[in-house]
Design a binder for this molecule. Structure first.
Ligand SMILES: [Zn+2]
Length: 324
């Protein structure tokens, strides 16, 4: 069955990062070292001297190796624009960061595609960057991390959304309390995407992390009312590992719920890893296998999932929605 199995599952990850030291500020890296130190119970200096250099080497070559081990066929990669946050601007400009990500993805055109990470507070500059990223560098959409300190539903950002519609690219926005201090989660509440979805029905909006635990039901509710809103499950390794029955029950309910508008949620939930950031909880290979084995695992909790539903999550929805 090995041959059949490999062919049967196509896996597309909607979310991953490649990392370069100069894309984020020294202040940011200092926080990362501090957070690692707290998480692993080791001195901050050890993190700064030994762990960070490993993270900084996580380029497309390293990413591809992780994908090969995990059996991931295609992935979207992205930076994060922390420049307008309290972390401050990095050595590289936001344009240099995105160009680097795009060029890294270009090395593996069959396997990688990239999103343009930008903070909408950059105004006209953000719009110009997105146009260049899409038209010149072939980037596939826009990535927001509102925890940098903004609510996406501010009308000041509407011209950016108009441009996304014009360019026919989606907006991927972080929706979870999955962020290290000193960034604040409140900005990532998915309710701030609902107004964007309501005002721009032609804009595809992907709720990154599917609301995490706290906002998961809110994401589901928004999707039932807005046909242009989607979700990806990167980061859910944490909930799946820690509370599998709850997580599977919620997923089952999400797939069952009738959408008031638009296609069923079965057609709108996609796989993702957020590699390399969640790998301390669960490696990408384990996460891919976890999802592949849902029909079997769910039986333990008297839940039924079909292989067809799993395939939609693993790749078919991403192929159809994002043409990946
Ligand atoms: Zn991420």
């Amino acid at each position: 069955m090995n041959f059949g199995e490999r062919c049967f599952f196509v896996v597309i990850s909607m979310h991953g990062h490649i990392i370069h030291k100069d894309m984020w500020s020294d202040t940011f890296w200092d926080w990362v070292a501090k957070n690692y130190a707290m998480a692993f119970g080791i001195p901050k200096e050890v993190c700064a001297q030994q762990l960070l250099p490993q993270v900084w080497g996580f380029n497309a070559d390293a990413y591809i190796k992780v994908m090969e081990t995990a059996g991931i066929d295609k992935a979207l990669i992205m930076g994060v624009d922390w420049g307008m946050s309290v972390a401050g601007e990095a050595k590289w400009s936001v344009e240099e960061m995105n160009k680097w990500v795009a060029k890294q993805a270009d090395q593996y055109p069959d396997k990688l595609a990239a999103l343009c990470a930008v903070d909408p507070r950059r105004g006209e500059k953000a719009i110009k960057l997105v146009v260049k990223a899409v038209e010149e560098w072939g980037m596939k959409g826009v990535k927001f991390h509102p925890t940098a300190g903004y609510y996406p539903d501010d009308r000041k950002y509407f011209p950016l959304y108009e441009k996304c519609v014009e360019l026919d690219v989606p907006l991927h926005s972080h929706t979870a309390a999955l962020i290290n201090a000193p960034m604040e989660s409140k900005y990532a509440d998915p309710i701030h995407l609902d107004s964007v979805a309501a005002n721009f029905p032609e804009l595809k909006i992907i709720q990154i992390h599917f609301g995490g635990l706290n906002w998961n039901l809110k994401c589901i509710e928004i999707m039932t009312a807005r046909a242009n809103v989607y979700a990806e499950i990167s980061g859910h390794q944490v909930a799946a590992a820690g509370m599998p029955q709850y997580w599977l029950t919620t997923l089952r309910n999400a797939l069952n719920i009738p959408a008031l508008l638009g296609p069923s949620l079965k057609e709108r939930i996609m796989f993702g890893t957020d590699s390399p950031l969640i790998t301390t909880v669960m490696g990408d290979d384990a996460w891919v296998n976890w999802i592949k084995n849902i029909p079997e695992k769910a039986k333990e909790y008297s839940l039924n999932f079909t292989q067809e539903e799993v395939n939609k999550i693993l790749s078919e929805n991403a192929k159809r929605i994002l043409k990946l």
